[in-house]
Write a protein that binds this ligand. Structure first.
Ligand code: NAP
Ligand code: G4F
Length: 369
């Protein structure tokens, strides 16, 4: 039997790390693309380095030559194209870079496969997004809902979606898009709203931060657990025909609801007062020193020129055709997992910082050598 060889772009990201674990457990040989950085950003996959079937290679989504050479060397049977400038707000500040990586980058991967004559043996998964629905034209959104991208990020991802479809039809390639709704975890980047909230709730509960500043609290998202979603990426490539799928939980919540629940798990009950930019989250009960204090406030800095405010996915097709369970981890469990992790992280960071301070003092006094 021929070996399953996966190439993952974006291996250092939230999804790339969970997908690597998932595929290694299935016996795959896993190759990941990393890019050079002046500091080490590999903490999500550090625990996998040294695993016999796990290999990392330098390449970049902006560098066709590196992709062509790598695909030729690895000869993958499956490519998971997860690499992206994935932050919607950042895409307003760096639209050209976002387009290069998130749009043309997809084309580069497809052409790397064709250049190496692997189009009949290598399946490709494209990390598409619910942001394509943008200024939504219907709720909930399914595979037939019209797209209305509403940020430079979404416009770039729309090109990725269509070029995948085009190569599927033009060259009979097995390439598919997973239209994934927001999925979060304890490995989520710290500037996405969920992780920003869970980290801040943990810091505020432990006296390390006074206030959390957020943007649009009314925004609605369909939030799932990233660990559950990577299984779907794999299932899409194991399906008997190449098709696109919506992956979502089918349940929607506001940013405000996420924050209320996150603070609750950190031991703080909030009440909300005011509207729009004047809205505040005030402590009703919790650590005595915090009662009556404003711990959440709104800052216009986090408003977007155009914001997507009503994402709600319909995962019926994935459920029926892939046998995927959208409710493996509930919203309540997701928030609890993230807060528990961040409460422990903040406590551990505190202990490490006290130890560093003590050590510095002992060294200065000549008490340790
Ligand atoms: P993430 O944590 O931001 O990871 C992005 C990955 O892309 C990182 O490994 C990053 O590398 C890599 N990357 C960025 N630019 C690159 C370049 N020029 N060359 C090579 N690698 C590059 O994102 P994620 O949450 O795991 O999401 C994975 C994919 O799914 C993305 O395409 C995202 O747009 C899409 N998506 C995510 C969600 C979600 O809710 N998480 C929903 C729908 C779609 P560094 O570590 O070096 O920065
Ligand atoms: O957490 P977010 O930054 O995620 P967003 O924009 O939905 O994008 C994420 O999910 C997409 C799938 O739908 C992915 F394609 C994309 O790669 C990324 O993973 O913001 C969620 C909502 C927005 O409406 C934003 O305006 O939260 C609102 N928000 C309110 N305050 C905030 C903040 N977002 C961020 N990042 N920071 C805030 O302070």
């Amino acid at each position: 039997m021929s070996k399953n060889i996966a190439l993952i772009t974006g291996v250092t990201g939230q999804d790339g790390s969970y997908l690597s674990e998932f595929l290694l457990a299935k016996g795959y040989e896993v190759h990941g693309i990393i890019r050079r950085s002046s500091v080490d950003f590999r903490e999500r996959i550090a625990h996998l380095e040294g695993t016999p079937n796990f290999h990392l290679h330098y390449a970049d989504m902006g560098d066709s030559m590196s992709l062509v050479k790598l695909v030729g060397k690895v000869q993958p049977t499956e490519i998971y194209n997860l690499a992206a400038q994935s932050h919607v707000q950042v895409s307003f500040d760096a639209p050209e870079f976002t387009a290069d990586v998130d749009a043309v980058g997809v084309l580069r991967v497809l052409e790397a496969v064709r250049t190496n004559h692997l189009e009949k043996t290598c399946k490709i998964y494209q990390a598409s997004t619910s942001e394509l629905y943008g200024k939504v034209e219907e709720v909930p959104q399914n595979e037939k809902t019209p797209f209305h991208p509403y940020s430079p990020y979404a416009v770039a991802k729309l090109y990725g979606f269509w070029i995948i479809k085009e190569y599927r039809e033009a060259y009979d390639m097995f390439c598919c898009s997973g239209i994934l709704f927001n999925h979060e975890s304890e490995r989520r980047g710290e500037t996405f709203v969920t992780r920003k909230i869970t980290l801040a709730a943990a810091r505020i509960a432990q006296g390390k931060q006074e206030c959390l500043y957020l943007g649009n609290l009314d925004s609605l998202r369909d939030w799932g657990y990233a660990k559950d979603y990577v299984e779907c990426m794999w299932l899409i490539l194991q399906h008997d025909k190449p098709e696109d799928f919506v992956i979502a939980t089918g349940v929607q919540h506001t940013v405000r609801e996420f924050a209320t629940l996150a603070f609750h798990h950190a031991g703080i009950e909030l009440r909300w007062e005011g509207e729009g930019v004047n809205e505040k989250g005030i402590v009703v009960s919790g650590p005595a020193a915090l009662v009556g204090k404003t711990v959440v406030a709104v800052s216009e800095d986090f408003y977007r020129p155009t914001d997507v405010v009503n994402l709600w996915g319909d995962p019926t097709k994935a459920k029926n055709e892939l046998g995927w369970n959208p409710q493996t981890t509930s919203f309540e469990q997701l928030v609890q997992i993230m807060v528990k992790h961040d409460m422990e992280k903040v406590a551990a960071d505190h202990v490490a910082s006290v130890m560093r301070t003590n050590l510095a003092e002992y060294l200065e006094k000549g008490l340790v050598k």
